[in-house]
Design a protein around this ligand. Structure first.
Ligand code: IMP
Length: 420
């Protein structure tokens, strides 16, 4: 059996896309199981930059890519990603589970309204309609891919959604009248175009694993944004952690092989919520600009902090991580002193593990270990060739989390990756 899960161990944007692309080379199937087009992956291959929001990265390597039922799918984004890949000469071999829930413009409108009403109290959503789409799924009034591809059903369901949301809109002080209309016609067209991609993803994945094929599961977002175990309510609405593969695809936990956690050498997050290691403006700006830390989906500047190892260790526990892929070591090169948080101080006490209550986290002050900085030469091909200070930082991460660092990313390109 060969199945590998790639998950983010921070607040998303850890570089999962690049690592998934690197691992996709040896996979037969690449599968997404959570989130939607709130995600953003950037992959650079042969000097071409590919930006994805929804399709699994494996599509660039020509792999069969699948979208599981745990995803919420925006049909217009799906179609435009398919079109842009085709225009680059890439064959799209895609399967979408019939049970996958669909994002409609009504979800986007509600997401935007709710986000503006919540302001700083809310998560700072990407406004892609994610939370309202999952809310409808759990309220059992959602629209699924099987409905979208049935002309009769999608018309009925979109008309019903229109009437329902019209009532809901009256609850908000701001009216979205110009954006709000009956979208059933557009959705009938989307369904016609997407019909050929329908699949029973659970059956496909189980069969592949049973036949000894290699399956890569690609998570969106990061563990600290998980709906159950993240920093609620400053999180997303899906199950982001490795366990989400089981429900988001329809796979037994017994069939999950290796779990690779992706960690960025420092911290970033978009949106609101406590971030104990957040850096002051000047230092944050330096790292943000060097690391191009702007949201792939929204373009928002990401908040920047030192690496929070207490948070990463918590994420290792949630996911049962076997190996760490460490990214963006290059962004920190040239900085004289680098810090990593190894504990928190909370009301005069030292906390060595991540508090399960966000109200405590917001009052935690980081306790740091300081490291001497490093430089990075061109063309490094092995761990041994790295600067000794850089090796010390990597070894410390591995010892602290008690998980080996097996992959190190030294730049955005596929070839700027080494095995430790
Ligand atoms: P939503 O998922 O759009 O509802 O946004 C909820 C929170 O998760 C916000 O703070 C977003 O900025 C954050 N978020 C959602 N997707 C991503 C991602 O792919 N990377 C980083 N942050 C994300």
């Amino acid at each position: 059996m060969s199945s590998t899960v790639v998950v983010g161990l921070q607040w998303g944007d850890e570089g999962k896309g690049k690592i998934a692309d690197y691992l996709a080379a040896s996979a037969d199937l690449v599968v997404r199981f959570n989130g939607g087009n709130n995600a953003g992956h950037t992959v650079i291959v042969d000097n071409k930059t590919y930006r994805f929001h929804l399709l699994p990265c494996g599509v660039i390597s020509g792999k069969r890519v699948l979208i599981g039922s745990g995803v919420v799918l925006d049909p217009s984004v799906t179609l435009s990603e398919i079109d842009s890949l085709k225009s680059l000469g890439i064959q799209v071999n895609l399967g979408i589970d019939y049970k996958t829930h669909i994002i409609t413009p009504y979800h986007r409108i509600l997401d935007k309204l709710e986000d503006s009403v919540q302001g700083k109290r809310g998560a700072g959503s990407t406004r892609s309609g994610i939370a309202p789409a999952y809310a409808d799924k759990y309220a059992r009034v959602g629209i699924r891919f099987e409905d979208l591809i049935n002309k009769y059903l999608i018309k009925k369901k979109m008309e019903f959604a229109y009437k329902r949301v019209k009532k809901l809109l009256s609850l908000y002080p701001i009216k979205e009248t110009s954006e709000f209309k009956d979208f059933s016609k557009e959705y009938i067209e989307y369904g016609t175009k997407l019909k050929k991609y329908g699949s029973d993803v659970s059956a496909e994945v189980n069969e592949a694993i049973d036949n000894g094929k290699s399956v890569l599961f690609e998570a969106a977002q990061g563990a600290l944004l998980d709906i159950d175990h993240g920093v609620y309510p400053f999180c997303t609405s899906s199950s982001v952690i490795a366990g989400g593969v089981c429900t988001g695809v329809g796979l037994s936990p017994k069939k999950i092989g290796k779990i690779i956690g992706v960690v960025k050498a420092y911290t970033s997050r978009v949106g609101n919520g406590p971030l104990p290691t957040e850096l002051p403006k000047k230092q944050a700006n330096y790292i943000r600009n060097k690391g191009s830390e702007y949201g792939t989906t929204t373009g928002r500047p990401r908040r920047i902090g030192w690496l929070d190892l207490v948070a990463v260790k918590y994420a290792c526990r949630l996911n049962g991580v076997d190996e760490i892929a460490l990214t963006k070591i290059d962004t920190l090169s040239g900085i004289h002193k680098i810090k990593a948080c190894i504990a928190y101080e909370y009301k005069g006490k030292t906390l060595t593990s991540y508090p399960s209550q966000p109200s405590i986290l917001s009052q935690c002050v980081p306790i740091y270990k300081e490291f001497s900085g490093w430089g990075l030469n061109q063309g490094i091909k092995s761990f041994e060739q790295l600067d000794s200070n850089c090796k010390e930082y990597i070894n410390f991460i591995s010892d602290f989390c008690q998980v080996p660092v097996s992959i190190i990313s030294l730049g955005p390109r596929r070839e700027e990756t080494i095995k430790a």
